[in-house]
Design a protein. Structure first.
Length: 320
């Protein structure tokens, strides 16, 4: 047994030496670009601070050095999720930026999400080309989380300068494809998390079975993204007849770093944002650390009350 182990170790050492010799033979021109896979750094992440959402990504949030796409229909929490992400990134001491192509960001909305207004850069470029140039410069200047809101509003310069009667088919898709190729390497080198907000629209070419919707900007973003999250409003929160919030389902459509096709339901209130207390309770339920029997929640054999009491309990007590 020991002899087999020694041979295995000797074989591994020989292989490592061969790999190092191959790398050296390639010369200094490729220094830093090629290495043994074991030397590749682990992917860092920025959390949303929403336990069940961070858990389904498999890496505790969005990856740094890579692209993320958050997409869905209008008014179902995409920008609010991004502001939540900005708030959590600021708590980690990271520099944050927001490219507001829709010209819809407000100080009031950001403040509700817990964003430090003085610590977030906001930019409002006029064209898609300006947006990508600015994005590249922000990455190089050390901004570690950048939100682009949204892809649908990234208008190519040629489209803006053209007459209304002129056709502009494919211009935005070509802009996105070129933009992805330009920023992907820069983002990786500087460990910047780039998050694109995108909309869904009807696919006029789709007939028969399958989804009848697609995302704006062609296919480049979905190919280059390491993580794609789809949001959908599945219900309203009401106080009497008044709508005070909504239930949002987030689905991991694509994940290059962990398992895809996981989902979670979040509660969002217009005045206070995401209900992290309810989410924390749901997180422990998923892990099996808390159990629900009837309407009562239990930790081991100890009752921690009905839902409202259980939420307060998990907010004030740490479960190992």
């Amino acid at each position: 047994m020991e002899e087999k182990l020694e041979k295995s170790i000797e074989k591994g050492t020989k292989m490592e030496n061969q790999i190092q010799n191959i790398i050296k033979s390639l010369g200094k021109d490729f220094e830093g670009m090629i290495m043994p896979l074991s030397k590749l750094e682990s992917v860092e992440s920025i959390p949303f601070g929403i336990k069940t959402l961070d858990a389904i990504t498999g890496i505790n949030g969005v990856p740094r050095g890579m692209l993320t796409e958050i997409y869905g229909a209008e008014s179902n929490g995409k920008s609010s999720l991004c502001l939540r992400l900005v708030s959590e990134a600021q708590k980690l001491g990271l520099k944050t930026g927001y490219i507001d192509m829709e010209l819809a960001m407000s100080k009031e909305l950001a403040t509700k999400a817990g964003v430090n207004l003085d610590a977030m850069i906001i930019a409002r470029p006029s064209t898609g080309e300006e947006a990508f140039d600015l994005l590249n410069k922000m990455i190089e200047s050390g901004v570690q989380l950048i939100i682009i809101d949204s892809v649908s509003a990234l208008s190519p310069e040629d489209e803006l300068e053209a007459e209304f009667s002129q056709q502009s088919i494919g211009l935005q898709a070509r802009l996105m494809s070129k933009g992805m190729r330009k920023i992907i390497g820069t983002a990786m080198r500087h460990k910047a998390a780039i998050v694109f907000v995108n909309q869904i629209r009807d696919d006029i070419n789709k007939m028969g079975f399958g989804p009848k919707t697609t995302t704006s900007g062609g296919r480049a973003l979905r190919f280059y993204s390491a993580l794609r999250l789809q949001t959908a409003r599945i219900g309203w929160k009401k106080k009497g007849e008044e709508k005070v919030g909504m239930d949002i389902r987030v689905n991991v459509v694509k994940n290059k770093l962990s398992r895809p096709q996981l989902e979670t339901d979040l509660e969002f209130y217009f005045d206070t944002g995401f209900d992290t207390g309810t989410d924390l309770l749901n997180h422990y339920l998923r892990l099996g650390k808390i159990k629900l029997v009837g309407r009562t929640f239990y930790l081991d054999d100890k009752s921690i009350g009905t839902k409202s009491d259980a939420i307060e309990w998990v907010k004030n007590n740490k479960i190992e």
